[in-house]
Design a protein around this ligand. Structure first.
Ligand code: PLP
Length: 392
């Protein structure tokens, strides 16, 4: 018998212990906790990605996704990858070099859209709002007239600021001005009223780990007929093999031709997550998210805290709370994590150090979770304000 050339020494002992992860309550901007039924589905023995039973499950996932998004779009499927993969898929498939892409930026994820469009050699134009604000129809119309884009890209639920962008009328404007509407619905799908067809959204994407109660790993994607037409008229191949929807549709459509090995267990989980959403009913899920967010908002206000975003534009899935003057926000969230097993997010970019971001998404949107967190804000936060912290 030959000996392995590297022996296990003390440095490796820790790495060889069976995995031990804590049961955290994830009340940050994502990932969110997965539903136990979804976790059970993930732990099942994989089946072949061309097994007739798996093929049937793929159709169920597509049908349930169409329901969750309120769309009849034929090309609706989960990309193998996180939300950013699905984001990139919307751009990679439709943008041709030189196309004018207008990105409405009001937070971190708008910036990412602009970065991606530039990498596919779009002529990227931007309009910006301060973080915490949103666009009016007048803002958008003026920009469409000025820039004459082929695509308007924007974020419905801006996770970096907690703002819900009003979408009524935006799709009609885009049609009047002859451009496609691309919408990031990562933090809205499942938790916030969202109507892809009624709003005339041509391209949208989301992720598995926020409102859908699944671990990260899949990025739902949908493309309507107008976007499909633009994709079909491309002069060159889609410059991204993995995310090429025309190739992927040969697997997800009726041909069932191998493209890449589907992450079958993730799709088991997605199927269950979407089934649970359909069982609850979209309207009920939206109402639950709203109810629990309102419970959080009023509880925080009773404690003297204030929200960044006015009530009528707040996301029920993600609340941004101002860190009071003199409070070390980072120390408090580390305390919640280390002493109480609860994750709460901090601010990004210009909002770093100024806000906490509290997510109540999917399975995590419950009154019990809200009360548990409010209780900790009430009892523990005073220890983190400057004067008290110094005295302690
Ligand atoms: C989380 C998020 C993304 C990116 O999704 P990943 O799953 O992290 O790749 C994109 N847009 C918004 C609005 C998000 O909140």
């Amino acid at each position: 018998m030959t000996n392995a050339s590297f022996s296990v020494d003390n440095r490796h002992r820790e790495a060889l212990a069976p995995i031990a992860t804590p049961d955290r309550l994830l009340l940050g901007p994502g990932p969110s906790n997965a539903h136990p039924t979804v976790l059970d589905a993930l732990a099942r023995t994989p089946i072949g990605h061309l097994d007739p039973l798996y093929v049937e499950l793929m159709s169920e996932v597509q049908e349930l996704l169409r329901y969750a998004w309120q769309t009849d779009h034929r090309l609706t499927l989960p990309m193998s990858g996180t939300g950013s993969a699905a984001m990139e898929a919307t751009i990679a498939n439709t943008v041709e070099p030189g196309d004018t892409v207008l990105v409405a930026i009001k937070g971190y994820f708008g910036l990412r859209l602009a970065d991606m469009a530039g990498r596919y050699r779009a002529d990227v134009r931007t309009i910006e709002k301060p973080w915490g604000e949103w666009f009016t129809l007048e803002d958008l119309e003026a920009a469409l007239i000025e820039h004459r884009p082929t695509i308007l890209a924007m974020v419905h639920a801006e996770t970096s600021t907690g703002v819900c962008q009003p979408m009524e009328g935006v799709g009609d404007l885009c049609r009047q001005h002859g451009c496609l509407l691309l919408l990031d619905t990562v933090t809205s799908l499942g938790g916030v009223p969202l109507y892809i067809d009624e709003w005339k959204v041509d391209l949208a994407y989301s992720c598995s780990q926020k409102g859908l109660s699944c671990p990260p790993g899949l990025g739902p994607f949908t493309m309507g007929p107008r976007a499909e037409e633009k994709m079909s008229a491309r002069k060159d191949k889609v410059p991204n093999w993995y995310l090429d929807v025309s190739l992927l549709n040969k697997y997800w459509g009726s041909d069932r031709v191998y493209h890449h090995t589907a992450p079958v267990n993730m799709n088991f989980g997605m199927r269950e997550a979407l089934r649970l959403l359909a069982e609850e009913g979209l309207d009920n899920s939206w109402a639950r998210h709203r109810r629990n967010a309102e419970r959080l908002w009023s509880g925080l206000e009773e404690l003297g805290l204030s929200m960044l975003v006015p009530t009528d534009r707040r996301l029920p899935t993600l609340t941004t709370v101002r860190i009071p003057d003199g409070v070390d926000g980072k120390a408090f969230s580390l305390h919640l994590l280390n002493q109480h097993g609860i994750e709460v997010g901090g601010g990004l970019g210009v909002l770093a150090g100024k806000i906490w971001r509290i997510g109540l998404m999917g399975y995590n949107s419950t009154p019990e979770n809200v009360d548990r967190l409010l209780n900790l804000f009430e009892t523990e936060l005073p220890r983190f304000s400057g004067s008290l912290a110094a005295a302690a």
